[in-house]
Design a protein around this ligand. Structure first.
Ligand code: DX5
Ligand code: ZN
Length: 226
């Protein structure tokens, strides 16, 4: 069966927050399928961004899938609040939640799709016991905290590993990558089996955002076929 086209998820972290509504409208009309929302608490990562109110206020600005990436310690404390913000996916870090299994169940019980993410130094074996409970696995290809970093090549084999496990076990999660994705690196991650790519800087710095998204999807298609 032909694989679905690459899902492009521009991260508003790289947008101009003083014009956030307009910025999100350019995502809506770009051909991207998702909007990626990076929540940072200054504890799990060395940066602070925004919380549930910001996401709730943005919800009417876009019909796209809201893909919320919680880079916060003990995310279980805030799942209900972020679910009420209108997020479609809530992704938590395996490193941040001791009772990860329970946290993922909580996300689903709040009506959201559940995602799990791992930082570059965390192996897939750490999340293997919960892979039957997730709708998305988000592989961090940089150390989380900031946009505009370079992809760390040693993270790539985790994508192939996840694709293999999904095939062997009959799981249905999407495999996403986050950090340092651009027109060059999209080919590498697509050939490893990525379904969705987050892109911050590459999208928001592109002169022509719709052309950028189109090219990303085409490049992924080519890489998958070679
Ligand atoms: C990094 C965030 C990313 C970030 C990606 O900690 O999780 O979503 O916005 O930005 P780029 O694409 O610029 O690496
Ligand atoms: Zn992110």
């Amino acid at each position: 069966m032909e694989k679905a086209p690459l899902i492009v998820a521009p991260s508003v972290l790289s947008a101009d927050f003083s014009r956030i509504g307009e910025e999100v409208e350019t995502v809506n009309s770009s051909g991207a399928a998702w909007v990626h929302l990076d929540v940072m608490d200054g504890m799990f990562v060395p940066n602070i961004t925004f919380g549930p109110k910001f996401i709730k206020d943005l919800r009417p600005c876009s019909p796209l899938v809201f893909d919320t990436h919680l880079m916060i310690d003990q995310p279980e404390r805030y799942i209900e609040l972020f679910a009420q913000s209108g997020s479609d996916y809530l992704t938590v870090h395996a490193e941040a939640s001791i009772h990860l299994h329970r946290t993922l169940q909580l996300i689903r019980s709040c009506g959201c799709k559940a995602g799990v993410s791992i930082v570059p130094s965390t192996p897939i074996s750490m999340i293997e016991p919960v892979l039957d409970l997730v709708d998305q696995v988000l592989v961090m290809t940089v150390n989380p905290g900031f946009g505009g970093q370079q992809l760390i090549p040693s993270t790539l084999r985790k994508i192939s590993e996840l694709a293999q496990i999904r095939h062997d076990e009959g799981y249905e999660y999407l495999i996403s990558v986050d950090g340092g994705i651009n027109l060059r690196t999209v080919k590498e991650v697509a050939s490893c089996g990525t379904d969705a790519v987050v892109c911050g800087n590459a999208f928001f710095m592109a002169e022509d955002r719709p052309a950028f998204v189109k090219q990303m999807i085409l490049s992924a298609q080519e890489a998958r076929n070679t």
